[in-house]
Design a protein around this ligand. Structure first.
Ligand code: HSE
Length: 428
């Protein structure tokens, strides 16, 4: 019999306990061993809950028990998870986690400690919740170089963008709705500013390129500025808008960004709606492969944690190599990576109002409109674009679809032509 412990009895931790109890015989048969949940660590009490029989409040009880062979952590946050992981691995206890903050910051180091002590550090649930993507990357897709990883990695924002697109619900309303449904955190910043997706793409890129890609080095744009008008343009193009985390390799450098992208129907990520997540990998031999499923939620995420526990049990006494060194990957400046952009440009001289006399404002507006169309034509030429006919002139603005251009050149073209830009979104 193999004794295991779970750290944290919140959403994911209680899901892990539930699966270990409810699917007990199935889980054990698949692991090839009887698995006993000996301890659950949480500071709180849970009167009347089955966890009471195994609940402890002190990590030392767990780590000092020589019977414990595997620990699963679902507390979240860097500390004390990091200290607990280190202490467990240094004792040769395998450690699995759903904690993306821990994995992104300390993954390489903890894999190294696991190796030294002939144990394992697994983290399938840290990206894409219940979707198997890490194990396929390190065990199945080992023949290919990954030239691109692109994913819808955050269920909350995908739910919000889907509602905005399909039902025309405004941003503030859909955020309140997501919070009410329990998808968004009370402080929704990590979701809507792209930080959650940023940590996940950092983990995937680190695994793909075998070196540290750090969250703080990634360019991140959230969805807070996306409006109904952006969706009108997307629809006119037959596209949808998704918050993507993407890592692309070009000329030996890795370019990583989290941002809203216009996604075309031919892209398998186009049809990923609601709280679902998907991760698309492009290998140099395999080409596209996509993993799709629930990226969050109690049972879905816990299912991935339990599969890690089973894998740790199967591999007791041996270390499964995961190539992820702590050395920093050479990241390219995302402003120098070419994308196509949809650029929204003002076409009316609303800002041109003058205080010089009763007719000056009107005269100024006419002058501004003439200047605007001249600079717009210059801008279109500079960015290799044609204006989008479908929504041209909508509400004093137009949209320009650029050819492939770096953000650096786009910014130069905006400055040199003087166009008044409302916003821009990349095409996937
Ligand atoms: N807030 C995250 C999401 C939870 O919405 O996807 C899983 O990391």
């Amino acid at each position: 019999m193999i004794n295991v412990a779970v750290l944290g009895y919140g959403t994911v931790g209680s899901g892990v306990a539930k699966i270990l109890w409810e699917n007990h015989s199935h889980v054990c048969r698949r692991a090839g061993e009887e698995i006993n949940l000996k301890y659950v660590l949480d500071l709180r009490e849970f009167p009347g809950d089955p966890v009471e029989k195994v609940l402890v409040h002190d990590f030392d009880t767990i780590v000092n028990d020589p019977e414990i062979r595997v620990i699963a952590e679902a507390m979240g946050g860097l500390e004390p998870a990091y200290t607990f992981a280190k202490r467990a691995l240094e004792k040769g206890i395998s450690f699995c986690t759903s904690n993306k903050v821990l994995v992104e910051a300390k993954g390489a180091e903890l894999i190294g400690i696991a190796k030294e002590h002939n144990a394992n550090f697994f983290f399938e649930a840290s990206v894409g919740g219940g979707i198997p993507v890490i194990r396929p990357m390190i065990e199945c897709l080992t023949a290919d170089h990954f030239d691109e990883i692109s994913g819808i990695l955050n269920g909350t924002t995908n739910y919000m963008l889907t509602r905005m697109d399909q039902e025309g619900v405004a941003y503030d309303e859909v955020l309140a709705e997501a919070q009410k449904l329990g998808y968004a955190e009370r402080n929704p910043e990590a979701d809507v500013e792209g930080h959650d997706a940023g940590r996940k793409i950092a983990i995937l890129a680190s695994l793909a390129y075998e070196k540290q890609v750090s969250f703080e080095d990634i360019s991140m744009e959230g969805i807070t500025k996306i409006t109904g008008t952006d969706f009108e343009y997307a629809r006119a193009l037959g596209m949808s808008i998704k918050l993507l985390g993407t890592a692309r390799k070009k000329d030996g450098k890795v370019y990583v960004i989290v941002a809203p992208f216009m996604v075309a129907p031919g892209d398998p990520l186009y049809a990923v709606n609601g709280v679902y997540n998907a991760i698309k990998l492009h290998g140099d031999m395999l080409e596209n492969v996509m993993f799709y499923g629930q990226g969050a939620g109690k049972e879905a995420t816990a299912s991935a944690v339990v599969s890690d526990i089973q894998d740790c049990v199967r591999r007791l006494g041996s270390h499964r190599e995961i190539l992820w060194s702590g050395e920093k990957a050479e990241l390219g400046d995302i402003a120098e990576f070419p994308f196509r952009f949809l650029v929204r440009v003002k076409t009316k001289g609303a800002d041109a109002a003058s205080t010089d006399g009763p007719f000056a404002a009107a005269a100024n507006a006419v002058k501004q409109a003439v200047d605007t169309s001249k600079s717009l034509a210059e801008f279109e030429a500079a960015v290799g674009a044609k204006p989008m006919e479908a929504l041209k002139s909508a509400d004093g603005e137009t949209a320009v679809l650029t050819g492939p251009i770096t953000e650096k050149k786009l910014t130069e073209a905006i400055a040199s032509t003087g166009v008044d830009v409302i916003g821009r979104i990349r095409l996937a």
